[in-house]
Design a protein around this ligand. Structure first.
Ligand SMILES: Cc1cc2nc3c(=O)[nH]c(=O)nc-3n(C[C@H](O)[C@H](O)[C@H](O)COP(=O)(O)OP(=O)(O)OC[C@H]3O[C@@H](n4cnc5c(N)ncnc54)[C@H](O)[C@@H]3O)c2cc1C
Length: 498
């Protein structure tokens, strides 16, 4: 073989060898490269998802959307689906409400509801459900006929309330303590409220209850009976569309109820029987997360209801400033009067949020009068449904808060209907109105408190990098929700361990 030919063969072989080793190199590295790229893509996806979650979900854990003093949306605003500063359908923004509540209103309200005048509530507690008399639970006025067997209750419950476990669906935490001191209740005329089913001028079967002895909290009332009532409330024709209703008036009514529902859930979660065996009570972060925080629209409605009731209270300010708050103890009564004056004349409120809700925007359409009549009937039905609540303490707070809402509705919408155009409130209506506002104010505080606890725990547990837990949006992936649930559960055990 010539030298040229042998060089040629060697060159070919060298080429083949190189191409073989190149092929081996690529074949050997391809799976690794694929894994590397896939991992990188997954990491980017996770980071982007975390960021989106942080941006969308931590609106009140971080801070409310606007700072106090930021111009809020105009009254009658229609934006329903997102937080843009102003509480929807209202004339005040979230941050202003928070600042006012934290700095002034919550403190005054907490003091007012402890005064002798405001702590006694007159209520008809027998359960006489007008809607489903076939329901054996609540068809009799004398609830003592549905006594429950003693052995149904843990020994630790036996110290609660009265001896008669009447109409409690086996839950003695729900019994109302009727202890009363004889001083309260003087003066004030009796007038009927057109928004309620009960005739407030009738005094038959009336009980006076000390609200401080019966705080709104977890009672164990749940299941079919409770769901049936909420369902009946929401299924009232006017509320079917909920927040999406294009009719502002119907939407307002839906939001009032939903806001009240949020508040009730908040108080249940805020004072929950964590451990039956040891009767350990405290905050249930899991419940607060599941029933309230993971539904931003429920929290929005809580703000709305608060502002609506606040508007009614300030509108009736002159009347309430002059009213009598006498219970027989001059010093205490004077203090009550002073607190009421401070509340209704709160200068900070007047400056920051002069008209929390603009009632003048309501009933303006051609069918306004008819719509108002319809909604009044629906609201009366809701008030009648309170007689179907199968737990005495829940019935007490249900009745009080619905009367509170009915009083707000009367102040805002019914005064001009009366011949003399004057406001005439009964004492029980004022007690209900102020106690309702206090409940709502407390709920706003609780929601922030729990959200902040969750944020702190996230930091402690190092679970979420920047945004905190915040409000998981229902449209977010299950992965996020599971992550959030784990955070909340860890938080629960962290606090329980303290
Ligand atoms: C008038 C009344 C007063 C009560 N008071 C007490 C009490 O003091 N203590 C106590 O322990 N229990 C009380 N309950 C029972 C309590 O409200 C719940 O019904 C119960 O704890 C079961 O809760 P849940 O999570 O199954 O859903 P529920 O709170 O019963 O809600 C039923 C359905 O309504 C919808 N929903 C829930 N919240 C909202 C909202 N904010 N806006 C719109 N829709 C909503 C959801 O679809 C939910 O599945 C009361 C019930 C009623 C009707």
């Amino acid at each position: 073989m010539s030298a040229d030919a042998s060089e040629l063969i060697e060159g070919d072989e060298e080429k083949k060898r190189r191409s073989r080793s190149r092929r081996q190199f690529w074949l050997g590295w391809w799976p690794w490269k694929f894994i590397l790229v896939a991992t990188l893509v997954a990491l980017v996806a996770v980071v982007v998802a975390y960021q989106q979650r942080s941006q969308q979900l931590h609106w009140f854990v971080q801070q409310p959307p606007l700072l106090p003093g930021h111009p809020s949306k105009s009254c009658g605003c229609q934006g329903l689906d997102e937080f843009q500063g102003a509480v929807e359908d209202c004339c005040c923004d979230y941050a202003t409400v928070d600042a006012l509540n934290q700095e002034f209103l919550h403190d005054i309200l907490t003091k007012i509801v402890k005064t002798p005048f405001f702590r006694y509530f007159k209520v008809r507690l027998w359960c006489d459900c007008p809607f489903w008399p076939e329901d054996g639970l609540c068809q009799l006025r004398d609830c003592s006929v549905c006594e429950c067997p003693e052995n149904e209750f843990p020994a630790s419950f036996k110290g609660f309330g009265s001896d008669h476990l009447t109409c409690q669906e086996g839950k003695p935490q729900g019994i109302v303590d009727r202890t009363l001191d004889a001083q309260a209740f003087q003066g004030w005329t009796e007038t009927d409220n057109p928004w309620t089913h009960d005739d407030e001028t009738q005094n038959g079967d009336i009980t006076y209850v000390n609200l401080l002895l019966n705080p709104e909290k977890f009672t164990g009332y749940t299941g079919v009976s409770a769901h049936k009532i909420w369902e009946a409330i929401y299924m009232q024709n006017c509320f079917k569309e909920g927040e999406r209703d294009t009719c502002a008036e119907r939407r307002v009514f839906y939001r009032l109820i939903s806001g009240l529902h949020t508040s009730i859930s908040t108080h249940i979660a805020g004072d929950y029987l964590l451990d039956e065996a040891t009767t350990k009570w405290g905050k249930s972060y899991v419940m607060m997360h599941e029933r309230v925080l993971m539904h931003p629209e429920r929290v929005q409605n809580l703000y709305f209801t608060f502002l609506f009731v606040l508007r009614a209270l300030t509108k009736a300010g002159a009347y309430l400033s002059q009213a009598e708050y006498s219970t027989g103890n001059d010093a205490e009564d004077q203090e009550t009067h002073e607190l009421v004056r401070r509340l209704v004349n709160c200068q900070q409120l007047r400056t920051a949020c002069p008209i929390p809700f603009d009632e003048a925007q309501m009933w303006r359409g051609t069918d306004g009068a008819e719509l108002k009549q319809q909604l009044q009937i629906h609201f009366r039905n809701i008030s009648a449904l309170m007689d179907c609540v199968g737990c005495e303490k829940c019935r007490l707070w249900g009745k009080l808060q619905i009367l509170g809402l009915a009083t707000a509705l009367k102040i805002l919408f019914s005064v001009e209907d009366s011949p003399a155009h004057t406001l005439d409130l009964q004492r029980n209506e004022v007690i209900a109105l102020v106690n309702l506002l206090s409940r709502l104010s407390e709920s706003l505080e609780l929601v922030h408190e729990v959200a902040n606890d969750i944020k702190t725990s996230n930091k402690l547990l190092g679970r979420v990098s920047s945004g905190g837990l915040g409000l998981p949006n229902e449209s977010k992936s299950r992965w996020f929700l599971r992550e959030a649930d784990e955070s909340v559960k860890s938080l629960q055990s962290l606090f329980e361990g303290m």
